[in-house]
Design a protein around this ligand. Structure first.
Ligand SMILES: Cc1cc2nc3c(=O)[nH]c(=O)nc-3n(C[C@H](O)[C@H](O)[C@H](O)COP(=O)(O)O)c2cc1C
Length: 425
């Protein structure tokens, strides 16, 4: 299977992150084309729409459509923000783009910013990304030295300042409006929407927030053509997607594969199941997406429509594989503990609900649960879902609802017996 087609294409080179390596891959030629007026901003948007690129940050919103929300001709400051927070458990793809192909991200950001009339861009990384910060800073220095970023780029009068910044390591800052608050120097609390960032974003100015992988895909789409990119994937899911595969697999890793690849092929790339055990369940898109039974996943394909058809979503591409020794009650308690810790506390249903869910699960594990507590978990999840300012509410509710939908017997077993003898399903 062909890998490393779009974002990871420099990965097998000797010094993948260097300016020289990126130039070998036609690096910065699209940016230069735009600067020299050989391509119009409207052509960029049309190509990204035609390529079928969907946002790789989790929600899968069409990238070209999002870019078209900003009126580049309207006077005033506009901003581009690259969301490199990558906090979703199970997800580890953006860090590799920043480590091994930072120039492609810089070029993608420059192209996207110019297309939307933004002269300033921020690449916001999570607090733990010291290595990635260093490689992005080094690449930025090289791009500036080559005159490709900064003021009066290549004498065209076009300006684009790029700033790499590093957060303090909070999951919630990955939510786009919380990220804007954090850049402004405030506590990362999501904002009410509307107004949306395209109208009222960073410092109240029109802003677009895109994921690292989304932005890094742009130069390749424009260089090789929308049709080329689209055809790599399926009709509804263009291009490739990077999946990080973790859990009970023999070789956990990060793989860039064409959209529509069968899950079983991705599992094979990750070395197959650890100790040749059975595949009990998979969370296909980071811990906030719905869990899918293994036997269903083994027949599914990795695309937006493929994951929708099995009741889940691609999300951020964090594939968590669980074998037939996994206790689903403890697995859910582990996921919910994360959300309890990371709730920003702004909305009552989330602040109180995550704590209540975790307490309830701890009681069930300790043998203090009753069958009605399993229903209570579902009820609490339903009272969080859709009732919070940001989608953190869904991120908590979906695991609870789907774990219980598919593995209710294990939760009931705990309530009846107080400990787990559950092996296999
Ligand atoms: C709680 C929460 C955490 C999020 N974390 C991330 C993240 O780490 N990285 C990311 O790109 N998007 C994250 N998102 C989604 C962003 O809000 C936003 O949709 C995304 O950055 C848009 O980029 P895209 O259109 O390229 O996907 C998160 C959303 C929520 C609700």
């Amino acid at each position: 299977m062909k890998q490393n087609l779009v974002c990871y294409r420099t990965f097998e080179e000797k010094s993948p992150s260097s300016f020289e390596t990126y130039k070998k891959f036609n690096g910065y030629t699209t940016w230069e084309k735009l600067l020299k007026g050989k391509m119009k901003p409207s052509e960029v948007i049309d190509a990204i729409k035609a390529a079928g690129l969907m946002g790789r940050g989790g929600a899968g919103f069409p990238t070209g459509l999002k870019m078209s929300f900003i009126n580049r001709d309207k006077e005033g400051q506009k901003y581009l923000v690259c969301n490199s927070d990558e906090s979703e458990p199970g997800t580890s793809k953006d860090r590799f783009i920043m480590q091994k192909n930072p120039h492609q991200l810089i070029e993608g950001m420059a192209i996207a910013a110019y297309t939307m009339g933004a002269t300033v861009g921020y690449n916001y990384m999570r607090g733990e990304f010291m290595k990635e910060f260093e490689s992005c800073e080094k690449a930025l220095k090289e791009a500036k030295k080559a005159g490709l970023i900064g003021k009066n780029i290549l004498g065209t009068g076009i300006n684009f300042e790029l700033i790499n910044i590093i957060g303090a390591g909070a999951y919630i800052v990955g939510e786009e409006t919380a990220m804007l608050e954090s850049i402004e120097g405030k506590r990362a609390m999501p904002r009410f929407k509307p107004p949306f960032p395209a109208n009222y974003g960073l410092y109240g100015k029109p802003t677009t927030v895109n994921n690292t992988e989304s932005l890094a895909s742009i130069p390749v789409i424009l260089d090789k053509g929308a049709e080329w990119f689209k055809k790599l994937g399926t009709e509804k899911s263009g291009g490739t997607k990077i999946f990080s595969v973790s859990g009970h697999v023999a070789k956990p890793g990060v793989f860039e594969i064409p959209m529509g690849t069968p899950f079983k092929d991705l599992l094979e790339l990750a070395g197959g199941m650890l100790d040749n055990r059975g595949c009990k369940a998979v969370i296909p898109g980071g811990s906030s997406m719905k869990i899918v039974p293994g036997k269903t996943m083994l027949k599914a394909e990795m695309s937006y429509e493929g994951m929708q058809s099995v009741g889940s979503a691609i999300g951020s591409g964090g594939v968590i594989v669980m074998d037939d020794r996994t206790c689903m009650v403890e697995a859910l308690a582990c996921v919910i503990k994360f959300y309890e810790d990371e709730s920003c506390g702004q909305c009552t249903p989330c602040r109180e609900g995550t704590n209540w869910l975790h307490q309830n699960l701890r009681d069930i594990i300790a043998g203090k649960g009753k069958i009605k507590d399993v229903d209570l978990l579902v009820e609490i999840a339903g009272k969080i879902e859709g009732k919070t300012i940001c989608a953190f509410g869904e991120a908590v509710a979906w695991p609870v609802q789907s774990f219980i939908e598919h593995f209710r017997d294990e939760f009931e077993f705990y309530c009846k017996n107080g400990y787990s003898k559950v092996k296999g399903k």
